[in-house]
Design a protein around this ligand. Structure first.
Ligand code: ZN
Length: 255
């Protein structure tokens, strides 16, 4: 096999690894999402209780503002009572004072109710805490391990990229251009091994003369049918006897 052909075969292997890299990098990200989703589902009850607690605390603040308003009304009408000039004004002030007092009492009851709910929810949230901490620690550890593995993998990929650049530098410009062209045409599958006299990618049988040259490693040849660059490895071919039985088996499977 010529040096150029050996480089082309190596280049193809490198590109196969780099194509895998995209899939693998995506897998790392998918795995991280899975770890986080798993954590979220495990702490769903905690999150629900916490959201409930936040909502009731918010309501308590509103009720406290309302109570302050009723108390301000009560104070105002109590002051008004000192300045009444007739029976009608007196009755109005008394009625407003009663209403403010009643509203304040109702509001206080609601506040007490909210406070009781808050105490209960606080206890519930606190009861989840130890488990949450454990799960959070587990998630953080799993994420760190994922990132470490990804970084190690990307370092390996960087080495492969470096090797590819070295191969490119050694390869003749003509074959480098050809390689890129066929790669674009054939979805990255540039090289095709010749097995039993045929192009293994498209199954087209080689012309006897081309087959002979490819076998001897003389020159670089492309498949007449698919245009891929052909290479030959003696170890890939089955011995004649075995080949015959394989072909027979294939024929039987087809029928
Ligand atoms: Zn072919």
């Amino acid at each position: 096999m010529s040096q150029d052909l050996a480089l082309l075969v190596a280049l193809q292997e490198t590109d196969r690894q780099l194509a895998e890299c995209q899939t693998k990098t995506r897998q790392f990200a998918v795995e991280r999402e899975r770890i986080e989703a798993d954590f979220q589902s495990r702490i769903a009850a905690f999150v629900a209780a916490q959201a409930n607690l936040d909502a009731v605390r918010h309501r308590l603040r509103d009720l406290e503002i309302e109570l302050a308003q009723f108390q301000a009304q009560f104070n105002k009408y109590t002051a008004d009572l000192q300045r009444v000039r007739n029976q009608r004004e007196y009755e109005t002030a008394i009625r407003e004072i009663d209403m403010a007092k009643k509203s304040a009492t109702q509001c206080e009851a609601k506040i007490a109710e909210a406070q009781a709910v808050i105490a209960k929810l606080e206890a519930e949230v606190a009861s989840y805490a130890p488990d949450i901490e454990k799960r959070r620690a587990e998630m953080d550890a799993a994420l760190a391990e994922n990132m470490r593995a990804e970084a190690a993998y990307l370092a390996e990929v960087e080495i492969i990229r470096h090797q590819r650049r070295e191969m490119e530098a050694k390869l003749s410009k003509t074959w480098l251009t050809n390689y890129a062209r066929v790669s674009k045409l054939r979805g990255g599958q540039v090289m095709s091994q010749v097995i039993n006299g045929a192009c293994s990618a498209c199954r087209m049988r080689l012309r006897p003369q081309v087959h002979s040259l490819v076998r001897q490693g003389i020159g670089i040849h492309t498949c007449d049918n698919c245009g891929r660059i052909l290479f030959y490895r003696p170890d890939a071919e089955a011995p004649p006897a075995e080949r015959a039985s394989l072909e027979k088996a294939a024929a039987a499977a087809d029928s």
